[in-house]
Design a protein. Sequence first.
Length: 393
Amino acid sequence: MQERTEVAIVGAGPAGLLLGALLHKAGIDAVIVEQRSAAYVMGRIRAGVLEQTTVELLEHAGVAERLHREGLPHNSIELAFDGQLHRINFQALTGKHVTVYGQTEVTHDLMDARAAAGLTTVYEAENVSVHGFDSDAPSVRWRSGGAEHELRCDFIAGCDGYHGVCRASVPDGAIRTYEKVYPFGWLGVLAEVPPVGDELVYANHERGFALCSQRSRTRSRYYVQCGLDEKVENWSDVAFWDELRSRLPDEVTLRVTTGPSIEKSIAPLHSFVAEPLRFGRLFLAGDAAHIVPPTGAKGLNLAASDVGYLARGFAEFYRDKSAAGIGAYSDRCLRRIWKAERFSWWLTSLMHKFPETGDFGQRMQHAELEYLVGSAAASTALAENYVGLPLEH
Ligand code: APR
Ligand code: PHB
C-alpha cells in the first residue's frame, strides 16, 4: 500500500469517484479510501437525471461512452395537476436537454474506469480519520485487514457524504450549517416495467406528490410522497401501485404498467448546506457539503460540479503553481449550491401536500402552477434551473 499521494479522497460515491477520474486525467495522483465494500456502493439506488454540465464532466473524465449509448436524452418534463398534463419543453425554452441515466450506472462506469487504469481504491476501510489539515502535513488514517494505515498527502477531499467523517472533523467554530427538514418523505419503487411514456411526470395531487421516472425503456422508477412515520414493510407492491395511480391524471394512470418491485425504500426530504467548503487543506464536496430534496434532481449534478471546480483548482495548483482555483473553490461552489438549493426547495414547495398549509396554501400552489404553465417567462425559469447552469470560469 502506498504511503503518500497528492490528493487523498475520502468516499467512493459519485463525488469521490468522479474527482478521482478528473485528477487522473490531469496527471495528479490520488487514492480513494471508502468505508463500505464496492458491492454496497454499487447497490445504492439513487436519482438518474444528468445535466449537460455533468455529462460534459463525465466526457472529460473519459467515462461517457456507455452513457452516450444507453442514456436517454429528455427534452421536456410534464407537470400534472387538476387531472391535466402540461409540458415544459426545455429544448424549446433553453436549447438544452437533460440525460436520464441512473446514478448506479454512473458509479459503475467510474469504478470500471478506475480499475482499468489501475488506480488505488481502498474499500472496507474501518475507522477512517483525517488529520493535520490545518497544517502542511495532512493525512488520512484507517484500519483494514487487522492493520493500521496512514496515507500522507498534500490535500484531503471530503467526498464522504452527509454522514461522513470529514465535515464532522472540522472544529465547530469554523463551520456554519443551514438546514430545513420537510414534514414528509418519498416512497420509491424500482420495477422492470416500461415507463408511462417518454417524459418524466411530476404530479401535484390532493393525496400528495407523485413522480413517474425511468431508468431505461424497460425499467421504471416511481415515487409517492409519504408520511415520515410510514414503514416500507407496510407498503405492498399492490398498495404502492394503487396509490401511485390515484395521484396521476387518467391518461397517465392508464399507461402505468405494474409489476413486482425490485427495490422499495423511503427517503426523508432535507435541505442542508455547510459553509465554507474549505478548511486549510481539507475540501468538502458533494453530499458531505450539501443535501437537496430530490424534487429538482440536483444532488448528483451538484456533486459533479463541486468536483469539477475542485479538480480544476488542483490542476492549476500542480500545473501552474497557482493557488487561485483552490482559493476560489468554496465561494464558487456555494454560489451554484445556493441556486440549486433555492430551486429544489421551490419545486418541493410547489409540488407537495404540506400538512399545515390549509386551503389558502393549496390555492396559492394552484395559482402558481397555473402561472407557471401559462407564462413563457415562468416556464423558462423552471427550464433553465432544471437543465442546470454552466460552470463559472
Ligand atoms: N470513511 C470513508 N468513506 C465514507 C465515510 C468514512 N467515514 N463515511 C461515508 N463514506 C462513504 C460512503 O460509504 C459513500 O460511499 O462516502 C461515500 C459518499 O457517497 P454519497 O453518499 O453517494 O455522496 P456523494 O459521492 O457526494 O454523491 C452525491 O449521492 O446522495 C446522492 O443525491 C446525492 O446524487 C447525489 C450523490
Ligand atoms: C429518479 O429517477 O430517481 C428521479 C428523477 C427525477 C427526480 C428525482 C428522482 O427529480
